[in-house]
Design a binder for this molecule. Structure first.
Ligand code: DGL
Length: 286
């Protein structure tokens, strides 16, 4: 590999379903020269109500699947898996979760009280609370498990009166406690961000960690000389347009329900600003 070409291998990204595409869209915007190999473990979705041991086992398989396809790094675009992930041996490919960047994004805007929305496992793990307190011990942190959001997003019920009612029920106790910031601590939830912002009201900052995750990946790839290339505008230009460069061959894998996934993926990437997304799709066993 020549230094001009950089490392052309893909960045491996996984989630239990379509949620991780909210992170993928941020990666595509921030790192337009990078190729994404995405795995949506739709056969085992949801992860959020499963035990840490089970989610760890799924995580290991997903990482192994991506590494077998020779990715240069792995992004765990799933808060549940990130919350229960074990430390990797130093020889494995670099691996980043979403909790630390999510906590960094939250403390950047929080004033006093932070609400964390996540799956049951993520909230029970206390991972966000610990990560936020490492950065700002003065903040009060209140977690709220929202198990119905994932199936609603996977069903495509994004702007729907049922989803709005569910959101009101989930957010009410946090609003009553006076949170000023709400972290979307599940990668499915940014799909519902406009609805959640409406329900939370204008005084509350709704934080999607995806952008911070993409910044972290960009920094880390750069420091390890793993970037695909350094085209104009890449370093430091977080608004680079994916259309300005030749498009990488993104490849998405699912462990179940390919057609459904494809329809929803196009919708979600579009809603995240990736117009006319191009990717190939494969049904795999993990
Ligand atoms: N999107 C995942 C997360 O960030 C998990 C959703 C699920 O499978 O429960 O937690």
């Amino acid at each position: 590999m020549s230094p001009e070409q950089g490392d052309a291998r893909a960045i491996g990204v996984f989630d239990s379903g379509v949620g991780g595409l909210t992170v993928v869209s941020a990666l595509m915007r921030r790192l337009p020269a990078e190729t994404i190999l995405y795995l949506g473990d739709t056969a085992r979705l949801p992860y959020g109500n499963k035990s840490p041991a089970t989610v760890r086992r799924y995580t290991q398989r997903n990482v192994a699947f991506l590494e077998e396809r020779d990715v240069k790094a792995v992004v765990i675009a799933c808060n549940t898996a990130s919350a229960v992930a074990e430390r990797r041996p130093p020889t494995a490919s670099p691996q980043w979760g979403v909790i630390e960047p999510g906590a960094a994004a939250a403390v950047a805007v929080a004033r006093k009280r932070v609400g964390v929305l996540g799956t049951e496992s993520t909230i029970e793990s206390g991972a966000y609370e610990r990560a936020i307190h490492r950065l700002r011990p003065d903040l009060e942190v209140y977690g709220r498990a929202c198990p119905l959001f994932v199936p609603l997003v996977e069903e495509g019920w994004v702007e729907d009166e049922v989803t709005e009612k569910v959101a009101r029920r989930y957010l009410e106790p946090l609003i009553e406690r006076g949170v000023d910031t709400l972290v979307l601590g599940c990668t499915h939830y940014p799909v519902l961000a406009p609805l959640l912002q409406r329900v939370a009201g204008p005084e509350i900052q709704v934080v999607d960690p995806a952008r911070e995750v993409a910044e972290l990946v960009a920094r880390e790839l750069m420091s390890r000389s793993l970037l695909a290339s350094t085209p104009r505008g890449l370093a430091g230009d977080s608004e680079s347009s994916p259309g300005a460069l030749q498009r990488p061959d993104h490849h998405f894998c699912v462990s179940d329900g390919g057609d459904r996934f494809q329809r929803l993926a196009i919708k979600i990437l579009g809603a995240c600003g990736i117009v006319d997304p191009a990717f190939s799709l494969e049904w795999v066993e993990v």
